[in-house]
Design a protein around this ligand. Structure first.
Ligand SMILES: Nc1ncnc2c1ncn2[C@@H]1O[C@H](COP(=O)(O)OP(=O)(O)O)[C@@H](O)[C@H]1O
Ligand SMILES: CC(=O)N[C@@H](CCC(=O)OP(=O)(O)O)C(=O)O
Length: 314
C-alpha cells in the first residue's frame, strides 16, 4: 500500500514539469467520430480534458462526428456520397450535419464535461459562431471542377471568444461547421481535421492533438507494434509518397504539416480508444502515439512489449 502510494506521488511529480511548461498555453484537441462512438473512451478523454483545464492548461476542443452524421442520413433515407474524401453536402445533408454536430454531439460533450466537474461551452451558429469559410473548390487532374456541394474550408477564425472562454476556465467546444463568408445565412460542412488545424494555427497553439482509432502512424497498418513514435515533416512526406500514410490519415498528417509551418510547436496523433490517452501523451516522456515536430528526429524504433520506447522530450 505504502509503495503504491509513493508510486502515485511519483506520477504526480513527473507530471509537474509538463504542467508548468504548458500552463496558460493552448492545446487544440480534435475528437473524431470513431472515438465518440465509444462512450467509455469518450468519458475518459473528457475527464482528461477537465484535468488539463483544472491545472491551468487551455484545452480547446474541435470535433467532427462523421459516423453519427452517416447514421442520421441513413435514418432520413439519404445515401451518403463521398467525393475525394469529403461528404457531398446538399442542402438536406447540411441540415443533418448542422443538427448532429452542433445540437447533438456538441451539447452532449458539454453535458458530460459538466458532469465531470468541468465547464465547457459550445461555440457555433446557435451560440457564437467563430469559424468562417468559403466553398472548397477542387479540380480533377484534367482541370474539371469537382462539385462538393456545401463543403467548405476555413478562411478566418474569431479567436477572441475562444480565448475569453479559456481565460474564464471554460473549455470551448467547436463543431466543424463554418459560416459562409459570401452568405452569412448559410453554413459550410468542413472536414474536422482541417477545422482543428485552422483553430490551432489561429491560436498559435502549443499543441494540436488528433484522437483517432489507431495507435498513431503505423508502418504496417495491420501491426500495432509498427508504431512510429516521432516524425519530422520530411519523414511524413516520404511516408505519404510511399503510401504508408493513406486514406483518412492523409488529411490528419497534412493538417499537422500546415499547422507546424504556421507556428504550432508539436502535433500528435494518438489512440482515443486507450483510456486516458491524452494525459499519457502530454504528461509522460515517452507518450503513447506519434508526435510530429520540426525539431524531432524520425524514430521508427519498434516498441518493447512493455510499450516503452526511447525517451523523447515532448
Ligand atoms: N500509416 C497509417 N497508420 C495508421 N492508420 C492509417 C495509416 N494510413 C491510413 N490509416 C487509416 O487512417 C484511419 C484514421 O483516419 P479516419 O478514419 O479518418 O479517423 P477519424 O474518424 O478519427 O478522423 C485509420 O483507422 C487507418 O485505417
Ligand atoms: C466535408 C466533410 O466530409 N465533413 C465531415 C465533417 C465531420 C468530420 O470530419 O468528422 P470525423 O472527424 O468524425 O471524420 C463529414 O461530413 O463527415
Amino acid at each position: 500500500m505504502h509503495e503504491e502510494a509513493i508510486r502515485k506521488a511519483d506520477v504526480l511529480i513527473a507530471a509537474l514539469g509538463y504542467i508548468r511548461k504548458f500552463h496558460g498555453r493552448f492545446t487544440v484537441i480534435k475528437l473524431g467520430g470513431s472515438v465518440m462512438e465509444d462512450p467509455e473512451s469518450l468519458r475518459a478523454l473528457l475527464v482528461d480534458i477537465v484535468f488539463m483545464q483544472t491545472v491551468g492548461m487551455r484545452p480547446v476542443v474541435v470535433h467532427g462526428g462523421g459516423k453519427a452524421i452517416t447514421a442520421a442520413m441513413e435514418k432520413a433515407g439519404i445515401t451518403p456520397h463521398w467525393v475525394k474524401g469529403r461528404r457531398y453536402t446538399d442542402d438536406a445533408t447540411l441540415g443533418i450535419v448542422a443538427r448532429v454536430l452542433a445540437e447533438e454531439i456538441n451539447a452532449d460533450i458539454e453535458r458530460h464535461i459538466s458532469k465531470f466537474g468541468g465547464r465547457a461551452s459550445g461555440l457555433h451558429h446557435k451560440t457564437h459562431q467563430c469559424l468562417y469559410g468559403r466553398r472548397l473548390l477542387l479540380e480533377e487532374a484534367d482541370g474539371t471542377k469537382v462539385d462538393l456541394g456545401r463543403v467548405g474550408e476555413v478562411t478566418e477564425v474569431d479567436v477572441e471568444p475562444i480565448e475569453n472562454l479559456c481565460l474564464a476556465g471554460v473549455v470551448p467546444l467547436l463543431p466543424s461547421l463554418a459560416e459562409d463568408e459570401d452568405d452569412e445565412t448559410k453554413l459550410l460542412n468542413v472536414n474536422a481535421d482541417t477545422a482543428a488545424a485552422a483553430v490551432a494555427q489561429a491560436l498559435k497553439a502549443e499543441k494540436l492533438v488528433f484522437l483517432t482509432d489507431t495507435p498513431g502512424i503505423l508502418r504496417d497498418r495491420n501491426e500495432p507494434s509498427s508504431l512510429i513514435s516521432s516524425l519530422t515533416p520530411a519523414g511524413c512526406r516520404e511516408l505519404i509518397a510511399e503510401k504508408v500514410i493513406d486514406k483518412g490519415m492523409i488529411p490528419k498528417v497534412e493538417a499537422c504539416l500546415t499547422s507546424l509551418e504556421a507556428g504550432v510547436l508539436k502535433t500528435h496523433i494518438i489512440d482515443g480508444r486507450v483510456r486516458h490517452s491524452l494525459l499519457l501523451e502530454i504528461f509522460t516522456d515517452s507518450g503513447i502515439g506519434t508526435v510530429i515536430g520540426n525539431d524531432l528526429a524520425d524514430d521508427v524504433t519498434p516498441r518493447t512489449p512493455a510499450g516503452r520506447k526511447p525517451v523523447l522530450i515532448r
